[in-house]
Design a binder for this molecule. Structure first.
Ligand code: BG6
Length: 489
């Protein structure tokens, strides 16, 4: 493995994400040699901790990884430092700069600075501005900003945030995290499409009937109500994860598999996504909120949620592209909390043969089914292709069979966590799997119309039961087009 050198500064070092994902992922990079000797990690937050207290927190966060990695763990943890920091107080940046400079020398880092924002988003812009005005952006190595979601709460606020960030950082120094892009099977979409003639040659409106994307969650809002209730499923999952997946499925073939080439195509795809009028949005999008059930309260009774909350915990929608490849092919999407199970899958439904010769001259029980390519993203990783085959035996009946591939369990265990992969990419300066500003901007423009409509109309909540696949209206959305969700209970 190639050793990377950097001083990381984490804003939001005491946060849940840092403890659950970031420190363990950095430790994995360390175990694999991507980080070795020449790195230091500074944690900041408002809490007054000592280095030792911070190291203790980091040690705990990686304690589950491996018993036999104990020595490595204490080595690793010794690279962590802490400084209390009020992001609004300019004077605090000088102290931070001093520490970065000192650690840079101590670990022979070569001037590479990586700033990671994982805290309340209302401070993102200010931190970026202060990093510049207080002289923390240096000429020596690289300066990179890694930024967690949410990136704004509509197009307008996202644009303002972006302007604040770009007054300090260039677009190619900004790494906007969308952890779905760090998932193995989401990255596999590109391999599957652009590595296979039989797939890519049929990947268009001549052969594809519709595409279905499901991000289903079993848990409810848990302890995140203060964030979630101001967000809702549309902002939390559709604007980012789902539209990123959609753009990878819909984009044209990039010239080469480089970040710049992939971005160009994703932006083009998102540009040709039809932005609805309010009345089209009303016809093509469905929202839901979970009711009480065996597994707990209704959403409105969850702690921290107002009793009259109209925040949606479920979204289903139909997306259309106005371009040559996809004209007329609906992309159906859905996501929600407290659904039947935790999984992510993509079902690509092909057109049926135009003529069913086996049913000729008109058999009422025509058996040919549509070919469906399913990409299993999580929890299992794999593909399946449903094809029609002859049923064994006398006579001539057909029946669908599955050609499938699933990653074996041992390999599955080696798959890097999204954060491990994305942190590594940021260290390497590879932004293929981060969202560019233009992608974020088009995604917000699409989402804003729906959001505005929902903000003025009262929903009839709650409208779905925990353990279901969402409200009835989600099924009706497809029935209207004479179709149905491939995955159903
Ligand atoms: C996050 C959302 O971005 O993605 C959460 O804020 C959601 O609400 C999560 O639960 C789902 O991610 P994953 O990787 O568990 O499917």
């Amino acid at each position: 493995a190639k050793e990377n050198t950097a001083v990381f500064t984490f804003f939001g070092a005491s946060g849940d994400l840092a403890k659950r994902k970031l420190y363990p992922s950095l430790f994995k990079l360390y175990q694999k040699g991507y980080l070795k000797d020449r790195f230091a990690i500074i944690g900041t937050s408002r809490a007054e901790w000592t280095d030792e207290q911070f190291e203790q927190i980091v040690a705990e966060s990686i304690s589950g990884i491996k018993e036999e990695a104990k020595d490595q763990a204490s080595e690793f943890v010794s690279h962590f430092y802490y400084i209390a920091h009020d992001v609004t107080d300019k004077a605090h940046y000088a102290a931070l700069d001093e520490l970065i400079t000192k650690l840079d020398e101590q670990y022979n880092v070569g001037g590479n600075r990586l700033f990671y924002l994982s805290m309340a988003p209302n401070f993102f812009g200010q931190i970026a501005l202060n990093l510049k005005s207080e002289g923390l952006i240096t000429e020596e190595g690289y300066n990179r900003l890694v930024i967690e979601k949410p990136f704004g709460r509509d197009y307008k606020s996202a644009k303002q945030l972006n302007e604040e960030l770009t007054s300090t950082f260039e677009e190619d120094q900004i790494y906007r995290i969308d952890h779905y892009l760090g998932k193995e099977m989401i990255q596999n979409i590109e391999a599957l499409r652009f590595g296979n003639t039989i797939i890519e040659s049929m990947w268009n409106n001549r052969y594809i009937d519709n595409v279905q994307i499901t991000l289903s969650e079993k848990l409810g809002v848990e302890d995140r109500a203060s964030y979630y209730d101001t967000s809702g499923a549309l902002r939390d999952m559709v604007q980012n994860h789902i539209l990123q997946i959609v753009s990878q499925l819909a984009m044209e073939q990039p010239v080469a598999f480089t970040d710049a080439d992939v971005r160009v195509e994703k932006v083009k795809a998102l540009r040709s996504l039809r932005v609805y009028t309010p009345s089209e949005a009303a016809g093509n999008f469905v929202r839901g909120q979970y009711d009480a059930g065996d597994t707990g309260n209704q959403y409105r009774e969850e702690s921290g949620v107002p009793a009259d909350s109209n925040t949606e915990t479920f979204v289903a929608g139909k997306l259309l592209f106005d371009n040559y490849r996809w004209s007329g092919v609906p992309f159906y999407i859905r996501t929600g909390k407290k659904l039947a199970d935790k999984f992510t899958r993509i079902d690509v439904v092909f057109k049926k043969p135009l003529i069913d010769i086996f049913a000729f001259p008109q058999k009422s029980d025509a058996a040919l089914q549509a070919n469906v390519l399913t990409i299993y993203v999580e929890p299992k990783s794999g593909f399946a292709l449903k094809v029609n085959a002859k049923s064994t035996g006398q006579g001539f009946e057909t029946e669908p069979v599955n050609l499938d591939f699933f990653q074996d369990a041992d390999k599955e265990k080696e798959v890097p966590e999204p954060y491990e992969r994305l942190l590594h990419d940021a260290l390497e300066g590879n932004s293929t799997n981060f969202a560019s500003w233009s992608e974020v901007a088009y995604a917000w423009k699409f989402v804003d119309v729906i959001r505005k409509l929902w903000d003025i109309e009262d929903p009839n909540f709650p409208n779905y039961l925990p353990g279901s696949m969402g409200p009835v209206a989600s099924d009706e959305l497809l029935q209207r087009d004479h179709w149905a969700w491939v995955y159903k209970l």
